[in-house]
Design a binder for this molecule. Structure first.
Ligand SMILES: *Cc1c(COP(=O)(O)O)cnc(C)c1O
Length: 362
């Protein structure tokens, strides 16, 4: 397989994985390290799997320089279960937590918190159809935590710098931009992410959690929904998603080989610019959904001049081999997800296609 045979994959999630990682997994699939079996067929308590598991944790720690006072957990249930686990563990009845509303995923997180305590909207850009990240928000020193979504997958906006929340733990859903740029983990109480955008296949959820929070967590909740259960057992309390964790480990090795997060970020900037430049130079033929200062490097949302042309654009793009360019059903329009594993060449091809489409339809 070469890049030539690979689809121009702009899927929003699950999404593109690095070709090198897929090929290594293919090579190792039937006989993992001369064990006579695949990684999926071996015990999660075996020394071989433990090495894979601990290796992935250690790599993530190294890539992000995660301080010692944080645990790295591999859970299941996706980012969506984190919407529930966070308030279940950390929000008491009658207590408040501030939620910064920047899109559909933030709204879902907010909704779950209502089952446990009193989530408060700290800011919302809903009136603006979530075109931007708010510049101001309020929170209280009594809040259990402040929650935000670092990248809004559906609307195509992204936080560029993160707010300071002092003693109140900041919790971030980084599902769609984890591993896309360097982040100072010590600013956060919890970072969580479903794997299927930048980390690997769906099925594993990464949680980076500060240890002092574990001590404060609600003890009177079911075993599997307690962070302490997973922290106390190195995420091996029950059978973990072994293949997903193996793949995550391989994606982390790939990130290291590519030069780490700073190099990945530089490439993501180049990729996004290729497409945003076409939008900005189109004299209004293409319009971006996000305001320029809030634009995401991961999900580029845009519309084509009119609805008929937009349909034609999407149909012709599909025929030309571009996958996943329809916007989310709740927003419409077009969206190009340019996650880490989407090559520069693929973004270049889309930029050229967009320019050509404009010149033949104006
Ligand atoms: C995809 C996504 C989710 C949902 O993740 P699941 O793993 O499907 O539960 C949550 N938040 C954000 C920001 C996402 O992009």
């Amino acid at each position: 397989m070469t890049l030539k045979n690979r689809a121009y994959n702009f899927n929003a999630g699950p999404s593109a994985l690095p070709l090198e990682v897929l090929e290594k997994a293919q090579q190792e699939l039937v006989d993992f390290q001369n064990s006579g079996m695949s990684i999926m067929e071996m015990s999660h308590r075996s020394a071989t799997f433990e090495e894979v598991h601990n290796g992935a944790i250690a790599r993530l720690r190294k890539i992000y320089s995660i301080p010692e006072n944080y645990e790295v957990l591999f859970l299941q249930g996706g980012a969506s279960l984190q919407f529930t686990m966070i308030p279940m563990n950390f929000l008491q009845e009658g207590q408040t937590a501030s939620y910064i509303q920047t899109g559909a995923w933030s709204e879902k997180a907010f909704k779950e918190a209502k089952f446990f305590g009193t989530p408060v909207e700290a800011a919302s850009t809903k009136e603006n159809n979530y075109k931007n990240i708010p510049t101001e928000f309020s929170f209280s020193a009594d809040d259990a935590y402040v929650h935000l979504t670092s990248n809004n997958t559906i609307f195509g906006t992204q936080w560029k710098t993160f707010p300071e929340t002092g003693e109140v733990p900041l919790i971030a859903d980084m599902s769609s931009d984890i591993l896309s740029k360097p982040v100072d983990v010590s600013n956060f109480g919890i970072i969580y992410a479903g794997a299927q955008k930048n980390l690997g296949p769906s099925g594993v959820t990464v949680v980076i959690i500060r240890k002092d929070l574990l001590e404060k967590a609600n003890k009177n909740i079911p075993t599997m929904l307690k962070y302490t259960t997973h922290a106390d057992n190195n995420s091996l309390y029950n059978t973990p998603p072994t293949f997903g964790i193996y793949m995550l480990g391989e994606v982390l090795k790939w990130v290291e080989n590519e030069g780490g997060l700073a190099a990945i970020e530089a490439r993501n900037e180049v990729k996004a610019k290729l497409i945003y430049d076409v939008i900005d130079n189109s004299n209004g033929f293409y319009t971006g959904h996000a305001t320029p200062e809030s634009r995401s490097l991961m999900n580029i949302t845009f519309r084509v001049a009119d609805e008929e042309l937009e349909k034609q654009f999407l149909a012709e793009a599909t025929a030309a081999g571009f996958i996943g360019l329809s916007g989310h059903r709740s927003v419409g329009g077009c969206r190009a997800s340019t996650y880490n594993a989407v090559p520069v060449e693929t973004c270049q091809a889309l930029a050229e296609f967009m320019i050509e489409f404009q010149s033949s339809n104006q």
